[in-house]
Design a protein around this ligand. Structure first.
Ligand code: MIG
Length: 728
């Protein structure tokens, strides 16, 4: 049965059956506001053999399909199949259909444009012009979901309405815009201290160091191994004095071990997911046999959220929640199937073709669909099979974490990264893009996913810079660190057994180049933070595709350049042994800046068009848009180390440009109560003369620290206008 209704400005809802309320949306429409219908706007509806729902839409030849947040394939999703079912897959090869999250929000842009969101927490299959180029076919496992249709021709309006429905993006503390260093693993206090000392000694800015699974005692969640970390609280506070935050990993699985308090409590209170027979479901992950907390149950969330307090009390200000798809290495069931296969061939190794069946069985032993069908959640007393809510597991684990933080530090921001996610998680948590590889192809994938994820409200995101798996070459780390400098989450992370990848792990030339780009990043934080906050307030992606900003046809084909805020366009180099790339400059004039050092200007004016831009190894091509401004400070060892009293305003102005510089304390939530300041800057060009206005708007609650603005304004003839003004 289908019912329909209307909400917001141009959104309609089509409800199939009686869906589970996922919490993806903030608006919950009551049944009484809906009317029966037999048809769905834009889509043909069919019921499949297994009572799955099949939606089809006839694509026009030129239609572009954007969306799906974290997934593989192009920015234009056409020509591939996708499966939205959270999956821990450490090898992101092109044919893969599923990564760690599910973000069923898409925009069709073409002859007829509109957006849609399918709020369904289990498996959805998308065949986007793969089987038939002109057909979009969506298969939803069960007829229990809400389909929202955003009927507008304007992509930014569609995104805005989607974000009104699902909520305002998460805002991390300001220090999270600094550089972050991770590794699986820094094994003990000494190793962590060494990393911290290296950064300071080598004059490379850094704000955070990560702890991977080895800090725990036998991988028992919420424990710290006191042999390797004898005085954890002291370590945290010492690092803090040097300007570093320590960010421990948290995995959801609870080790089955008598006497381990969290296990005992979870078991006694019935907090773990159960099998059909009522016993606790067991799967093997890092700690060995583990139980999985039932995060769907609010009581369990409250319990779990509180467990972080022990570590927060040691001074920790952020976490990364990993393995929360949930990843399962294997279960006893999975293992017995594998044993059967083995038994069959053990005395008869003359198998031929059957060998591949056995091999598949072994390879498919992790994260098996059958295992996800074998355990249940308690949703307000109702028993629901995990498979039907699979994509909500990570979402609810992070909801627990964020609810915890909100109780023990109500007015302070927290830092939280998750691997798994569902639509709506962007309100209270950030994600990273999981286990990429040190492959050039994954740099390009990083760019595309940044844009797709920003579309879905995940403004603060990024991939493992340098690549997680595999070994990175010095050139690759340089290029990736250059790209990472223009992503909100700027984190270098690498896997066990791979080559060390810290900025100082290579030769001294490489180190110099990386130091400079990190310093550039820090100098740019006034612009980044201000633009990030504006994006959040306006519900407009911080990182966006050219096609979302310019209406010409060529912009629609550009998938490897992006707008970083509204003034800068970034054109990363993502191929080896190259000293340049083609760029497309839409619509207006652009001021080229081959960025290598924060205080070096290598500017050149370009008219709109296509160009090959020569780019040295220490440079990344960035373009300042005509009639826009950016603000820059000076680099520091970490965010907030020194009080910034003076900012440079760099502009490319042929007519008029304005910028509203936003700032707040960077740590509290008081910006909600008006505790922020803005400096409204206008630069106007008339008769070859520049006129400058700058006006501070602040309240007694938050006064700007900026006393002076140094203007550096470029025109299209290569002239530069310099002026300093003192702010009153
Ligand atoms: O199965 O904790 O994506 O960032 O370093 C691997 C070890 C488990 C996966 C995460 C990665 C992390 C790793 N984890």
């Amino acid at each position: 049965m289908i019912k329909k209704g209307k909400l917001l400005n141009f959104t309609s809802i089509f409800r199939f059956g009686y869906p589970f309320h996922t919490n993806a949306t903030l608006i919950k429409l009551e049944e009484s506001n809906l009317m029966k219908t037999n048809t769905v706007k834009f889509f043909d509806v069919e019921i499949g053999d297994k009572s799955e729902i099949i939606l089809t839409y006839k694509l026009n030849k030129k239609d572009i399909v954007y969306g799906l947040g974290e997934n593989l394939g192009g920015l234009n999703k056409r020509g591939k199949k996708y499966r939205l079912f959270a999956n821990d897959d450490p090898l992101h090869t092109p044919e893969k259909e599923a990564l760690y999250g599910s973000h069923p929000f898409l925009i069709i842009d073409g002859k007829k444009s509109f957006g849609f969101f399918i709020d369904y927490p289990s498996e959805i299959l998308f065949d986007i012009g793969f089987t038939d180029f002109d057909t979009l076919k969506i298969t939803i496992l069960k007829a229990e979901f809400d389909l929202y249709i955003f009927d507008s021709e304007n992509k930014k309006d569609i995104i805005k309405e989607y974000l009104q429905l699902t909520g305002t993006p998460y805002i991390p503390p300001k220090w999270a815009f600094g550089f972050q260093q991770s590794r699986w693993s820094y094994y003990d206090s000494k190793a962590v201290q060494e990393v911290a000392n290296s950064f300071r000694k080598k004059d490379i800015p850094c704000d955070a160091i990560y702890l991977d699974i080895d800090y725990m005692d036998s991988y028992k969640v919420f424990t710290v191994d006191d042999k390797k970390f004898p005085d954890f609280t002291n370590l945290v506070s010492q690092l803090k004095e040097d300007g570093f935050k320590l960010i421990p990993i948290i995995d959801p699985g609870v080790k089955v071990e008598e006497g381990y308090d969290i296990y005992e409590e979870g078991k006694d209170k019935g907090y773990f997911c159960k099998k059909q027979d009522g016993t606790d479901f067991i799967g093997t992950v890092w700690p060995g046999q583990t139980n999985f907390p039932d995060f769907i149950n609010p009581e369990v969330r409250k319990w779990w959220g509180n467990l972080y307090k022990k570590i927060v009390d040691c001074g920790v200000e952020g976490f990364w929640n990993d393995m929360n798809e949930p990843a399962i290495f294997f279960t006893p069931d999975g293992l017995s199937g594998f044993k059967e296969e083995y038994e069959k061939i053990k005395d008869n190794p003359n198998v031929g073709f059957d060998f591949f069946k056995i091999k598949d069985k072994v390879l498919g032993i992790s994260n098996r669909g059958e295992d996800y069908k074998n355990f249940y959640h308690n949703a307000n007393g109702k028993k629901i099979c995990h498979y039907d809510l699979h994509n909500l597991y990570g979402f609810n684990m992070c909801l627990a974490t964020s609810e915890g933080f909100k109780t023990f530090q109500p007015n302070k921001r927290y830092f939280l990264l998750s691997r798994s996610s569902y639509a709506g998680l962007h309100r209270f948590c950030a994600i990273w893009m999981g286990d990429n590889q040190s492959w050039w192809e994954h740099m390009l994938g990083h760019i595309k996913m940044l844009i797709s994820l920003n579309m879905c409200g995940f403004f603060y995101t990024g991939a493992d810079v340098g690549g997680f798996g595999g070994n990175s070459s010095p050139e690759m780390v340089i290029r990736w660190m250059q790209l990472g400098a223009f992503t909100p989450l700027y984190r270098n992370h690498s896997a066990l057994g791979t080559r060390q990848q810290e900025p100082y792990a290579f030769d001294s030339d490489t180190e110099d180049i990386i130091r400079n780009i990190i310093k550039f990043r820090y100098a740019l934080i006034p612009y980044i933070y201000s633009e990030f906050m504006r994006s959040v307030i306006e519900l407009s992606p911080f990182i966006s595709a050219l096609a979302f900003n310019f209406s010409d046809d060529t912009s629609k084909n550009i998938e490897d350049q992006f707008m970083f805020g509204s003034s800068l366009m970034v054109c990363p180099i993502y191929t080896p042994n190259t000293r340049g790339r083609f760029v497309y400059l839409p619509d207006v004039k652009w001021l080229k800046w081959n960025v290598s050092k924060y205080d070096e200007r290598k500017f050149k004016v370009f008219n709109k068009g296509s160009y090959f831009i020569d780019t040295k190894l220490d440079e990344i091509p960035v373009f300042l848009k005509e009639n826009t401004l950016i603000l820059m400070g000076k680099p520091s060892n970490y965010v907030g180390e020194k009080e910034t009293k003076e900012l440079s305003v760099i502009g490319f102005v042929t007519d008029r440009a304005s910028f509203s510089y936003y700032d707040d304390d960077g740590i509290s939530n008081s910006y909600n109560d008006g505790k922020f300041s803005t400096i409204n800057i206008i630069v106007e060009k008339k008769d070859d003369k520049y006129k400058i206005h700058a006006k501070v708007e602040e309240t007694d609650n938050f006064k700007t620290k900026i006393k002076k603005l140094k203007f550096e304004i470029y025109d299209d003839k290569g002239n530069i206008f310099i002026k300093s003004i003192d702010l009153k």
